[in-house]
Design a protein around this ligand. Sequence first.
Ligand code: SUG
Length: 443
Amino acid sequence: MTAVEANADGLIGPTHSYAGLSPGNLASGRNKGDASNPRAAVLQGLQKMKRLADLGLPQFVLPPHERPDIPFLRTLGFTGSDARALEQAWKDAPAFAAAACSASPMWAANAATVTPSADSADGRVHFTPANLVTNLHRSLEHAQTKRSLQALFQHPDHHAVHDALPSVAHLADEGAANHVRLCADHGEPGVNLLVWGRDAFQAWDGPFPARQTRQASEAVARRHGASGVVLAQQSRAAIAGGTFHNDVVCVGALDTLFHHDLAFEDTAATHAAIRAAAQGFEPIFVQVSSADLPLADAISSYLFNSMLVRLPGEDRLTLICPVETQENPRAHAVAQSLAASNGSIGRVEYVDVRQSMRNGGGPACLRLRVVLTEAELDAVYDPMRMNDELFGVLNDWAGEHYRDRLTAADLADPALLVETRSALDSLTAILDLGGSFYPFQRT
Ligand code: SUG
């Protein structure tokens, strides 16, 4: 079966801000309180989507969520008009108010775990939205994420969108950021490497949260009927150093797994398990040593939080890195040596997603990869597909609706609530999502 790898990127929302909400994500902590530029952020994300579409890979858009999340604030007892509930929440419970304003659904690698039809028991593509329970602001995402995925992947013969796992710490799930699929070709059965940080039934004593439990990874694989599953423990040292998702130190595509030597607790066992599960191909491990690239540089440069793609007509893979990789001499040297080698990664390109990077979200965080056969791709909802026309329309839309500067104080501004709703109203029209896609449109 032939298949392609499509990307669905989170469109960056109008409340994009630096609120320091994610312990263990060093960039989030470092930039806390800085002014953001939501307009620049969304334009950078759009540019990346356009680039991928131009390179010949199917590209889709996942709409931002309704933020501020007034329904969430109402569950906490804030009442009155929407503006009043928001204002009161910022006064009485600023941490909850900040969570309700976060544009974090932009990081679509955390939207869901995806099992392509070549690996699923019933021959459909399966999606489980991630419950993201480890961080308050991210735990608010999964219901709307499910709605977005159902809008995009709506054909019951081809696509199955599940509920998130129950929102409990035992089943903490961060989605595709902790999943790598290796295979001979996209449409062939693959190895599904699921990387977990902690065991739900053992005490966790690391300095930062381990966001994915082994039990969550197992449950997702089980409900998708996934084959070729390999479970691997994320290294404790990597988490302690600021690797809040495995995709900060590891990326893979087709036969190639590119990772830092501190990615896994037991690298030799992980490689052996992948080799044993691989059908019809010999996995290639491209491992970067701490001597060549200390973990701190891997994290600040986001070399591994890159998109590893095979472009149409090319044999070797292209690594699409953030510009921060180019600016870090050690990471840049590694990237240069990859491109100069005769290995499976033949080319390195750079994209500017600096606004997202300052919250710890690189090119790989912004996209959800979905392997689709021709029939499955034909069944995807076309109005959400990126092309020249949609790119132009969304650029104009962002220019009209987004601010170019946002501070913490601005998030409490009731005018921002009105602006974001007006932006989302016009977005649902652009993407043909009907008049009840967002909670505020249903009341
Ligand atoms: O979950 N940052 C996100 C970044 C997600 C990156 N995704 C992947 N690695 N796949 C997070 O930590 C920061 C928001 C703030 O601090 O305002 C934030 O949520």
